[in-house]
Design a binder for this molecule. Sequence first.
Ligand SMILES: Nc1ncnc2c1ncn2[C@@H]1O[C@H](COP(=O)(O)OP(=O)(O)O)[C@@H](O)[C@H]1O
Ligand SMILES: N[C@@H](CCOP(=O)(O)O)C(=O)O
Length: 291
Amino acid sequence: MITVRAPATSANLGSGFDTFGAALARPADVVAVSKAETTSIEVTGVGAQYIPEDPEKNTVGAVVEALDAPAHIHIDKGVRPASGLGSSAASAAAAAVGLNELYDRGYTREELVPIAAEGEAVVSGVAHADNVAPAIVGGFTVTTPTATHGVETDIPVVACLPDVAVSTRDARRVVPETASMDQVVETVGNAATLTIGMCRSDPDLVGSGMCDSVVTPERARLITGYEDVREAAFAAGATGVTVSGAGPAILAACEMDDRRHVAAAMVDAFAGAGVESRAYQTRIGPGATIV
Ligand SMILES: Nc1ncnc2c1ncn2[C@@H]1O[C@H](COP(=O)(O)OP(=O)(O)O)[C@@H](O)[C@H]1O
Ligand SMILES: N[C@@H](CCOP(=O)(O)O)C(=O)O
């Protein structure tokens, strides 16, 4: 049996829609795989009741298919589904790393990214790899249709998760089909600023590059209290705030000394809007680890 811990992730980071991703030090899924004649899946943990155990419908089933690696798979969920924190990706990433090891398939971590992304197609309709990439490789990642590049970085973040669900499939329907040239220029500038910030482990640069005027405003409308939470996080010292993934989680970057205040401010602001939430005080951390 092989057991793998794969982290929650935050994709997009504002200016990097379907491209940027970051591994969060916590929460995480823990997935155990053992060889079997036919594949079976058992799910326990946070939100397990909402996750199908049918291999055709669970993200890990697509990974089994892609690696031709039938197994009994136990998924212990730490990342709540429909969170914007890469819940479906965490399981797929852990399964990809575990089954690759169990069956000695010999793929590199980067080669496992498109394999794990097949699981995302099962749940959201698109094999977007911006969550599975950091879940497998760790740190901050840039994923294009042909490659994944990652860097280690040390950025404190708060991921505040309201007690409501937003499915990625639904949130992809509100993504605009076009952007103006002004928006393209602005986005390139913000994405480049964020990337330099990640390379320098500089929360100010990362935060200022998290802005996006194309996708984020449309997604923000789906999250009750978004503007209040954003303002409260900035007032408490956040350097940047945006929708995490497809939402409803909201991600804030900050200096380590401000992390606690930012987390409290975000939870209080959600409460003011009538929404219960929990804040993960975390940081950008490593990818999947065999435990
Ligand atoms: N192993 C899995 N972990 C989490 N969700 C899964 C898994 N397999 C299938 N799903 C389904 O995927 C959906 C959640 O994925 P998604 O909408 O992308 O949210 P998230 O942002 O949390 O990844 C839910 O409908 C859930 O039932
Ligand atoms: N790029 C995707 C990311 C979805 O992330 P998730 O954590 O909400 O699954 C998108 O924005 O649709």
